[in-house]
Structures are given as structure tokens and as C-alpha cells.
Design a protein around this ligand. Structure first.
Ligand SMILES: *Cc1c(COP(=O)(O)O)cnc(C)c1O
Length: 431
């Protein structure tokens, strides 16, 4: 299996090179040259597979021989070493809880898979790889946790000072070892712009092998399709599910669409967005325009220009009608998100985080118009990561899980940095 750049101005590469490079030299995203078709028996007998076996079978064609089978089996087993329960909220709607990993959000799977692949590819290499990543909250913790102690890999995380929640900040500033947190006096957009400049700076590229750890990287993007398979293992209805995905950069839903194209049964997809709705707008009008990001209470989805949208277009060969028939877009305001959190807790005794609440609203509305169908949301973060909003809406304190509790005793270590590329360059050159 080879990967090509969506900008079509760079040579094809293996999974290994795509992972190490992150992005193609022509700034394009890498895309698999063909989408594997699953054995019919795999779907028919899906409940009889252990989740490690299933994960191995799904990922095997994508790594294209660059990782030995027994190593890949070990990597996927470690990656998914926690639960992915499909929990019933009410008669029509269930919640696929993706927050049972070490940093309490769904990004753990991608970060754990990528870190292990990169660690494997860095063995016996004289050059260290430096992973440079900007975070608005959840990515930082998942990447720090996933890469902690991985030999041959240094991780530098930029986060906006004062704009991440306490749990999120502790997750990315208390690791030590090969993980460095840069606390930037600025916004998430500043952090992201600094990282982008670094990838284009000749001096830095001459000094170090830089790669990214956001969903642009195929090793972070591709394993996310496993959620959809694990959900289908637990799906007991005759008809396939309608699946609502809270979306920001569109990596998660795009991996679900990949699973669907490979043969996983899905009735319909819902791209659930907050006010940052460039893709729902496209689904409504057929016209795509990036927007300026606005801040919302579901902040992991505050993305004005979703990087994986081009992968969705590629997957369906730019056929707007095909995409529109399969995917519905929703724009959900903060006011409605809050209201849904309160109502679902009152009616069904289920606590949604703001991202899950956006998806719930969209799915519930869709199922009102398709009352013979059923579905589930992807609950992408534990409510405790957003305690202020959630506790206000459910009018009670949230129990704090042990992994979050343990963080509060630890000491924060961060390096303060001014916003702007100069400060980042000076820091990286002096490392
Ligand atoms: C990152 C994130 C999202 C958005 O996922 P994309 O793959 O970027 O669309 C949604 N919810 C939470 C909690 C996240 O951390």
C-alpha cells in the first residue's frame, strides 16, 4: 500500500514515510492509493472477534508491510487496551463512549497508535524525530501520554496560556522526560500558526527531523476507524446505525467514512458541528468556504478550516450528490448545546459533555424525521474535562475519575513563550 499526496506534486510513499513525514513535501495530505475491501465474513461474524484481532485485520492493509505482523499485533493491542462501550441513552439513541482511555478523550487511540509506530520506525536511527504539535486542549494530553518514554522521539507541545481546562493543562505539563510543554501567551490560532511556520523554516528543517501529530498524520487518522468497528460489534439492531460524529477537523468522521467504504454497514452519517460549520454549509449548498474560527463551549471543534475535508472529497471523488446522500450536516449553537445537556440528564439520567451534546441534538433531530431508524453518537470526551459547563447544566458536582484525581497532586512544568514564530524558532534552535 502506497500513499499519495492530495496536492499531486510529491512522490508516493510507504506508510512508514508518510508517518515520519506527517505531511507531503508539497504540503498535501497523504491518502491511501486504494481503500481495502473487507471480507464479508468479517462483518457477518464480527461479534466473534476479539477486538485486538479485529483491529489487526483492519489496520494490516494500511501499514503495507512496513511493520512486522507480530509487532503490529502488539501495537494495536496496546493502543486499544481499554473499553469502548456502547451505552443506551434511550430507545432510539446510544452513546459510544470513547473517553475511557488514559487522557479521557477519543484522541488517545490515534496518539497511542502513532507514537508506537513512530517509536518502531525510529529504532536504530541516528536522528531523533521531533514531534511538534499545537493543541486547543485534548490533543496535547493524548500526545504527551502516548509518546511518554518513547525512545528516539522528542515531543514539543504548544498550548494557549489560560485557555485550556485545568485537567487538560495538567495532562500535558506533568509528564517530563521526552515531553516539553510550551505555554504560549496567545490563542490556539497563534500556536497553530507558529507550528505551521516551523514546518516551512529551512534552518529548523536542516537541524531536526520534524513531524506533526495531528490528524493530518495518517498514523493518527487511520486507527480512528476502529471505533466504528467496535461499535458495530455491540450493535444489536437489524438495520445499520445512523452515526452522529461531533466534528472539528473532520479526522474522526472521515475515518468512519473510510470504514463504510471498506464495507462496514452504516445507515447514515451526521457531521455535527458547533457554530464553526464550514462543512455543514457545504452539505447544504454544495459550496465550500473556510471560515474564521469562533470560540464555543465545545472548544475542541472550534476549527474554521477543517484539514480533513479534502480527504472526504477524495474518498467520494468529489461527487457532491454522493456525499450529500450519505452525510447530513448540523450547526448547533451553544445555547442549544447547554439545553441538551440539561434535558438529557433530566430525562435519561445521562451526562453528556458539550461535544457529545452537539452530536446528540443533531441525531435526535434527524431521527425525528426518520422515526423507524436508530443510531448512536460518538461521545468524544469525558464530561469532567469540561466541569464548569457540565456542572452548571446538570446542577450537581461531577465525580472525578481516578486518573484525573491523580493529576492534581502533580507539579506543572511549562516554558513560557511569546506568541509569534521568532520565539519558537529561538527556542527550538537552542535545544
Ligand atoms: C478533537 C475533538 C473533536 C473533533 O474531532 P475531529 O476529528 O477533529 O473532527 C471532537 N470532540 C472532542 C472532545 C475532541 O477532542
Amino acid at each position: 500500500m502506497q500513499y499519495y499526496s492530495l496536492n499531486k506534486q510529491a512522490p508516493n510513499v510507504s506508510f512508514r514515510e508518510a508517518t515520519v513525514l506527517g505531511q507531503a513535501p508539497d504540503k498535501g495530505l497523504y491518502f491511501p492509493e486504494r481503500i481495502p475491501t473487507l471480507d464479508k465474513s468479517l462483518i457477518r461474524d464480527i461479534k466473534s472477534y476479539k477486538k485486538e484481532e479485529l483491529a489487526f485485520k483492519v489496520m494490516l492493509p494500511y501499514v503495507g508491510g512496513t511493520i512486522a505482523d507480530e509487532v503490529l499485533y502488539k501495537i494495536v493491542s496496546e493502543t486499544i487496551d481499554f473499553d469502548f462501550p456502547l451505552v443506551k441513552i434511550n430507545d432510539q439513541i446510544a452513546s459510544l463512549e470513547l473517553f475511557h482511555g488514559p487522557t479521557l478523550a477519543f484522541k488517545d487511540v490515534g496518539a497511542r497508535f502513532m507514537s508506537r509506530c513512530l517509536g518502531y520506525f525510529s529504532q536504530n536511527q541516528s536522528n531523533k524525530v521531533t514531534v511538534l504539535v499545537a493543541t486547543s486542549g485534548d490533543t496535547g494530553g493524548a500526545v504527551a501520554n502516548g509518546f511518554l518514554g518513547v525512545e528516539g522521539v522528542e515531543v514539543v507541545i504548544l498550548y494557549p496560556s489560560g485557555k485550556v481546562s485545568p485537567v487538560q493543562e495538567l495532562q500535558l505539563t506533568t509528564c517530563g522526560q521526552n515531553i516539553t510543554a510550551l505555554e504560549v501567551a496567545g490563542t490556539f490560532d497563534d500556536c497553530q500558526a507558529m507550528v505551521k511556520s516551523a514546518f516551512m523554516d529551512a534552518d529548523l528543517l536542516a537541524k531536526m527531523q520534524l513531524t506533526s501529530a495531528n490528524s493530518i498524520n495518517v498514523a493518527r487518522w487511520l486507527p480512528q476507524q476502529l471505533y466504528y468497528f467496535f461499535a458495530y460489534q455491540q450493535w444489536d439492531e437489524e438495520a445499520p446505525p445512523v452515526i452522529a460524529v461531533p466534528s472539528g477537523n473532520f479526522g474522526n468522521i472521515c475515518s468512519g467514512l473510510l470504514a463504510y467504504v471498506s464495507g462496514l454497514p452504516v445507515q447514515h452519517f451526521i457531521a455535527a458541528c458547533n457554530e464553526n460549520d464550514a462543512v455543514p454549509e457545504y452539505l447544504r449548498t454544495g459550496k465550500y468556504a473556510a471560515k474564521q474560527a469562533v470560540a464555543t463551549i465545545s472548544n475542541a471543534m472550534d476549527v474554521g478550516s477543517p484539514s480533513n475535508f479534502v480527504r472526504i472529497l477524495e474518498l467520494f471523488e468529489n461527487q457532491y450528490e454522493t456525499i450529500k446522500a450519505l452525510v447530513s450536516g448540523y450547526t448547533v449553537s451553544d445555547a442549544i448545546t447547554r439545553q441538551v445537556m440539561a434535558e438529557v440528564f433530566k430525562k435519561d439520567n445521562y451526562i453528556l459533555d458539550p461535544h457529545g451534546a452537539v452530536a446528540y441534538y443533531a441525531l435526535n433531530d434527524y431521527l425525528h424525521q426518520h422515526s423507524d431508524q436508530k443510531g448512536f453518537i460518538l461521545e468524544t470526551a469525558h464530561p469532567v474535562k469540561f466541569p464548569d459547563t457540565v456542572e452548571e447544566m446538570i446542577e450537581q458536582k461531577l465525580p472525578v475519575p481516578a486518573s484525573a484525581q491523580a493529576l492534581f497532586g502533580k507539579e506543572k512544568h511549562s516554558i513560557l513563550l511569546n506568541a509569534g514564530f521568532d520565539a519558537l524558532k529561538e527556542y527550538l534552535m537552542s535545544r
